[in-house]
Design a binder for this molecule. Structure first.
Ligand code: ADP
Ligand code: MG
Length: 323
């Protein structure tokens, strides 16, 4: 069983950034309004994720680490209409299989919090302790028990960069949450949680990089697209400045790339990429998010409609604003 857990963990947990992604998604699902991520040495020695969300009830702490433990789906039908970020109940079991995990958590109604330690899937201790409302996960020495996997990690600076990317995606898709990211005691980024995506874009990328931004907001029968797009003449040689979120989840999608780039086509030179940040809401039953365990790739049943909505929306914005 341990081996099976380790193999399965590898699908979801590739590197420190995957741990941070899963833990931050859980914090958001727990309705946190502030999430702080602190890591040391690119996350290899320590990752700490603190939230002010609902906490985990004492009697559910241990079961949350069991494989397929999730409080977020109750029936098989729910699987096809997922609106929370997590739903497979694999993250905590996977993380605890390959790291030394401590969780400190307290629900608002409880008199005290609990601390639970689980290292490489083995329980190390469970005790009541004083704690603020919310949850803190500490993950130490990732892949300490799977040295082969540790060898695939890049330098701490590179790994920290991957974590920062996750934090940027989280901040752009959840403007109401105040995020903080600290690496080796240095503040790397923070957002205020004031709900303003444009502020966040300028704060994270800088005005020079993002350029002047045009708001976009379009809707079809099955989808709604909101965000900001850059003016076409400030374009770049790669897609590093395109971010797309479906129902709050960062994704990569060929059909969306194509829609955006086709929308820009008549306004810009070929093979240049714009600055774009789009939050797309789609009826969950029109999504197939299970194509890959890390949930980055997604399929749409309303692909054609979504393409047309985005392509024509971008053309419309670029046509009507003086550029
Ligand atoms: P999933 O997110 O797919 O449900 P996870 O393994 O990520 O599965 O988490 C298991 C369960 O642990 C969640 O369903 C939730 O009930 C609980 N949980 C995890 N992290 C938190 C958190 N930060 N705050 C409150 N509950 C949490
Ligand atoms: Mg989860």
């Amino acid at each position: 069983q341990k081996t099976i857990d380790n193999i399965a963990a590898g699908e979801v947990i590739e590197r420190p950034a995957s741990v941070v992604k899963e833990l931050v998604e859980n914090a958001i699902d727990a309705k946190a309004t502030a999430v702080t991520v602190e890591i040391k040495d690119g996350g290899m020695t320590l990752m700490r994720v603190t939230d002010n969300g609902c906490g985990i009830p004492k009697e559910e702490v241990k079961t949350a680490f069991l494989r397929h433990a999730t409080s977020k789906i109750r029936t098989v039908e729910d699987l096809v209409c997922v609106s929370s970020l997590g739903f497979r109940g694999e993250a905590l079991s996977s993380i605890s299989a390959v790291g030394q995990v401590e969780v400190i958590t307290k629900t608002a109604g409880a008199f005290s919090g609990v601390s639970y330690k689980i290292f490489g899937g083995e329980e190390q201790g469970f005790e009541e302790i004083g704690a603020p409302d919310g949850t803190t996960f500490l993950v130490r020495n990732l892949f300490y028990n799977t040295p082969a996997r540790r060898k695939f990690l890049k330098s701490p600076v590179t790994e920290a960069g991957y974590v920062e990317q996750i934090m940027v995606h989280m901040a752009l898709s959840h403007p109401d949450v105040a995020f903080k990211f600290i690496h080796n005691s240095k503040n790397k980024m923070y957002t205020s949680g004031n709900g303003n995506v444009k502020d966040i874009i300028y704060h994270l990328y800088g005005r020079e990089v993002a350029g002047a931004l045009l708001p976009i907001s379009v809707e079809s029968q099955t989808a709604k697209v909101d965000g900001y797009i850059g003016k076409p003449f400030i374009s770049r040689g790669n897609r590093n400045y395109e971010s797309y979120f479906i129902n709050g989840r960062y994704i990569k999608s060929k059909i969306i790339y194509k829609a955006v780039e086709d929308g820009y086509k008549t306004f810009t030179m070929a093979h240049k990429y714009p600055f774009v940040c789009l939050n797309i809401q789609v009826e969950p039953e029109l999504l197939d998010v299970n194509v890959h365990p890390t949930k980055m790739e997604i399929r749409f049943r309303n692909e054609r409609e979504l393409y047309e909505l985005i392509e024509s929306g971008i053309k419309e914005v670029l046509t009507h604003k003086e550029i």
